[in-house]
Structure formats: structure tokens, C-alpha cells
Design a protein around this ligand. Structure first.
Ligand SMILES: O=P(O)(O)OC[C@H]1O[C@H](O)[C@H](O)[C@@H](O)[C@@H]1O
Length: 292
């Protein structure tokens, strides 16, 4: 059967957004600006992603919340603006996406596309085509599949990631699991390398770590809500865990840090190298299950 169509409408400040619903009442929203998922709701209507109370929906400001796309540079690891530029571009609906054999099971999805513009080539001289599929699975999970094609005549490399702001009931009542005994770069200390011996991460102050070569499955356990957010990733070797706590972030409300944690699939330590015509694929799959 065909997936139900999506609704194309105007969001905040008239920016175009797509609303996708499945037959069980789950939904997500994507802004064409940034190709950014800004909402994901379960069948009860509970919001599972965080959006800043001071989010600015005015291009070229990036939207603070949901799932920003980071490409072709993670954070300030190179000369480009923080996290690259695709989160500040207007994406289009991809009406003819190449098939995605590994995820034929989605109950509702949408495909977006972004091609490097002449202006992009001036700041990053590599022609690319970035395709994004956002899909709801039959179990209510949300999957973002990124496919980046080198449409240039020479090889290039990039770093990339996804920056999901996961909604949590209280940052001091959650733990992030799956990173024990791994090395991380402390982004508050000039990316000095440490080893994490803790069984899980808890939060009581600012934390900004780039974990290297992590397992593909990470968990965010929300004790108040008695639920676990399971984060699965493919193609992204590393993972960032971030909460700013009392660090001033201009487009974040003062209390907002309590309501989210960023657990980000990223490929940073080893940049992705693409030959002309080659395609790289990265997947983030999120599901919410009762706490175990
Ligand atoms: O303010 P942004 O450019 O959106 O970056 C927000 C945050 O993204 C990542 O999580 C980094 O680890 C942080 O160091 C950074 O502060």
C-alpha cells in the first residue's frame, strides 16, 4: 500500500513545513528551511523532540531544536560556520528518490533534497547532492537516512552529523548509556582526550563531549517518565553528548536546558571521503520504549 501523503503548509513566519502522519496518529514535521525535523509525536500526541522557547525561525539563523543536519563540517572543527551550512539552506521535496532497499518498511515518509549552489561552492568548493529521508516505522520509530553524493569531478571529504534535541522531563533525572570505557574529546577543554570509566553519564553541569568510535546503539533513560529513548546509528562512527546547563546560549530560554539532551551521531574523527559519483549513507533511528 502507498504511504499516506504529507501535508504541505506554512509554519512559523510563513516558512514552509511538511506534516507527515501515519494511520495510528503518530506524526512528524519538517521545515524545508534546514531540512529540519522540528516535531515528532507519538500516537498519544506527546512531543518527543525539544524546541527552544526562544527558537528563531528567521533564515539564515539556524533553528534551535528538533533535528538540525550538520554538514559538511561538524561544529567548529574547520573554517566553515559552526556545523556547516545545510541547516541554513532551503531544501526541496525530492520527487524521485533512488530506492532505499534497507528501509522498505516505513508507514509514512518524506524525501528532501539539497544540491550545492554556486554560493555554496564559493565557501566549500565541492559539488554534492544531499538526500534526506525522514520516515516513521511501523513501530512508531523515527528514521533519518542521509545520502550524500559526490557530484563533482574530484574526490572530497567532509565531517557530518545529526543534532537531535531529545525532549526529557528533567535533565538531572536522566542517564545516557552505552559509552563506558570509551575515549572522548572534551569540547570544553580544547578537545583534550580522556577515557570515560563511568557506567553511564548523568548531568549536573555543562557537558560537551565527542565520544570516539562508539557502539551503534545508545540509550537515554528518563527515570521520571519511566521510558528509554533508544538511539541507533549507522555510518556515523562517533557520538556527541551535549547539554549547555548554565552556559549562555542566546536563542535558548534560561530554563530550557532542563528539558533536553543532545545525543548526536557524528562522523568527525575520520572524515568521510567520497570519490566522484560515490554515495555515503548515514542513518539515525530513534525509538521510545518503556524503561527497562
Ligand atoms: O550553537 P550551535 O552551533 O547550534 O551548536 C550547539 C552545540 O552543538 C554541539 O552539540 C557541540 O558539541 C556544542 O559545542 C555546541 O555548542
Amino acid at each position: 500500500t502507498h504511504p499516506p501523503p504529507f501535508e504541505r503548509t506554512k509554519g512559523i513566519n510563513g516558512l514552509e513545513k511538511l506534516i507527515v502522519r501515519d494511520r495510528r496518529g503518530r506524526s512528524f514535521e519538517v521545515y524545508l528551511y534546514g531540512g529540519q525535523v522540528t516535531s515528532w509525536k507519538n500516537e498519544k500526541g506527546d512531543e518527543l523532540l525539544f524546541m527552544s522557547t526562544k527558537a528563531i525561525f528567521e533564515p539564515p539563523t539556524p533553528i534551535r531544536g528538533g533535528i538540525p543536519l550538520l554538514f559538511p563540517q561538524y561544529s567548529n572543527t574547520g573554517p566553515l560556520p559552526s556545523h556547516g551550512f545545510v541547516r541554513q539552506r532551503f531544501w526541496e521535496i525530492d520527487t524521485n528518490p533512488p530506492p532505499l532497499p534497507s528501509h522498505p518498511y516505513s508507514s509514512a515518509h518524506v524525501d528532501l533534497i539539497l544540491k550545492s549552489s554556486d554560493a555554496d561552492l564559493k565557501i566549500w568548493p565541492n559539488k554534492f547532492v544531499y538526500r534526506l529521508r525522514v520516515a516513521l516505522g511501523h513501530g512508531g520509530d523515527l528514521t533519518l537516512t542521509s545520502r550524500v553524493k559526490n557530484s563533482d569531478v574530484k574526490p572530497f571529504n567532509f565531517t557530518a552529523g545529526l543534532h537531535p534535541y531529545f525532549y526529557v522531563s528533567d535533565i538531572s533525572q536522566i542517564q545516557v548509556e552505552g559509552l563506558q570505557n570509551l575515549d572522548y574529546l572534551d569540547q570544553q577543554k580544547n578537545r583534550t582526550r580522556f577515557t570515560d570509566n563511568a557506567k553511564f553519564i548523568t548531568f549536573n553541569s555543562q557537558l560537551d563531549r565527542l565520544y570516539l568510535r562508539t557502539p551503534s546503539k545508545l540509550r537515554i533513560v528518563d527515570h521520571n517518565k519511566k521510558k528509554t529513548i533508544v538511539v541507533r546509528k549507522e555510518g556515523y562512527a562517533d557520538a556527541v553528548v551535549w547539554n549547555p546547563w548554565d552556559k549562555k546560549v542566546s536563542d535558548l530560554g534560561v530554563e530550557d536546558y532542563k528539558r533536553f539532551v543532545a545525543v548526536e551521531p557524528v562522523a568527525v574523527e575520520k572524515p568521510i571521503i567520497l570519490k566522484p559519483g560515490q554515495v555515503w549513507k548515514g542513518v539515525l533511528q530513534v525509538s521510545v520504549v518503556p524503561r527497562t
